[in-house]
Design a protein around this ligand. Sequence first.
Ligand code: TYD
Ligand code: MG
Length: 454
Amino acid sequence: MAKTKTAYVCTNCGNDSPKWLGKCPVCGEWNTYVEEIISKDNTSKNSQHLFEVSKAKPLLLKDVETGEEPRMDMKDDELNRVLGGGLVPGSLVLIGGEPGIGKSTLILQTVLGLNSIKTLYVSGEESARQLKLRADRINSNSENCFIVCETNLEQIFVHIQNLKPDFVIIDSIQTIFTDMVESSPGSVSQVRECSAAILKFAKETSTPVVLIGHINKEGSIAGPKVLEHIVDTVLQFEGDQHYMYRILRSIKNRFGSTAELGIYEMRQNGLREVSNPSELLLTQNHEGLSGVSIAAAIEGIRPFLIETQALVSTAAYGTPQRSATGFDLRRMNMLLAVLEKRAGFKLIQKDVFLNIAGGLKVNDPGMDLSVISAVLSSSLDISIEKHVCMTGEVGLSGEIRPVNRIEQRILEAEKLGFSKILVPQNNLKGFTSKVNIEIVQVRKVEEAFRQLFG
Ligand code: TYD
Ligand code: MG
C-alpha cells in the first residue's frame, strides 16, 4: 500500500510546505495554507518524468514559423471579440464567474451553435438530462455535440481518445480529479495536476479546451493562482444576479487584447448578444428628474452611454451613509470631497447613494464628471437637461482631466441623438470629424456645473 503523505499547500500561489504556516513565504498571503494528501509514489514518478528525453529541440527564434494564427469562429460576435478574434486551436481558456451567473449556459449555447465542429462537453456538475433540459431551453439542437458526465480525468482522456473531438469543454475544473493525487476534487493539488494534464493534451493535439472555474468569496478564481498562470486565456463572466445583463471580460489573453468586453442579456431562452448596449441602458425617460446624469463611458474599447443616478438626503443618524452600486466607493468618497471643496456641498449631514443603471460595473475614470454632477443635481434638486451627456475624469483639485478615446465617445453620443456633450479641455487634439452635436469643453468642475445648472 502506498504510504500517504500530507503537505500544507497555499491556496493562493500553490506553494507547499511540510508544516502549517500562518503566512505564505512566497506570496505573502495570510491564512492560506490547507492540508492536502499527496501520495509519495507519484511524486517520485513525476520527478522521473523530468529526465525523459523530449522530442522538442531548441530552435532559433527567427526560424520559428508563424503565419496568421488560424482561429475558430465561435458564431458569437461578443465571444469572438473577447477571445481576440476567435478561439485559437490548442489554447486553454478558463471561464470564471459566480455560481448561477450563466457560465454553463454561455458555453453550452456556443457549443450548440457550432454545428460543424465535433465537441465533447464533460460535465462534472450536471446530469445528461439536466444538460438536455437546458439545451431545450436554449432551443437549439446540434448534431455534433457529445456530452459525458464524468469527473475522473483518466476516464475523460479515454473518452477523448475514442471520440477524437475538435473542441472540449470541462464543466467545471473544480469537480475533476486525477488518480495521481489523493486529495479531494477542487483542492489545490488536484486543480493544478488536472489543468496541467489538460494543458498538455491541448498543446499536443491542438485541440482547444475551455475550462469552467468557480470563484471564491473574494471574487477570484478558486484554486491556486497557478491555474491562471497555466491557461492561455482567463475570461470572467460577471453581472448582478438581479439584473439581466452579463459582462464577459478578458483578464488575461495570450492571443488578444484584454481591453475587450462582451455584453449579454440573460433571457428565458438563453443569452442574447447585446451589440448596442447604450440603447438598452438608456431606455428610461428621466426628463425632469433630479439626480440623474448620462455619462459617455468606455468599457474595454466600446463606447456606451450610461445613466448615473444619485440620491442625496439628510442623514438620520450621526454618521451619514455612503453607498455605491456599480462604482468604486472609495472613488465616490474622493469625488464627494472634491464636491465639498469646490461647490460648498456640506457632506456631514448627508446620506449619499449612487447607482449605475443596469447593474453594470464600470471602471472608466471618464465616469467621474457624471457621478459628481448627478450628486450635485440631487443635492440641489435641479434636473439635468435630457439631451446632455458628459465625460471627464475629475482630479483632486477639481480639474477635469482628459480621457481616452474621446472621438468614439462623442460619436456614440451623437448617434444616440444627444444635443450636447461636456468634454475635458484640451482633449480634442486630432479630433477633426464634423459632428452634429454641441461640444462644450470644460476645465474645472465649477465650469461644468455652470453649464449644467446655470
Ligand atoms: P448556469 O449556466 O447554470 O450558471 P453557472 O453555470 O454559471 O452556475 O445559469 C443558471 C441561471 O441562468 C439560472 O439561474 C437560470 C438562468 N437561465 C435563464 O434565465 N435562461 C436560460 O435560458 C437558462 C438556460 C438559464
Ligand atoms: Mg454551471
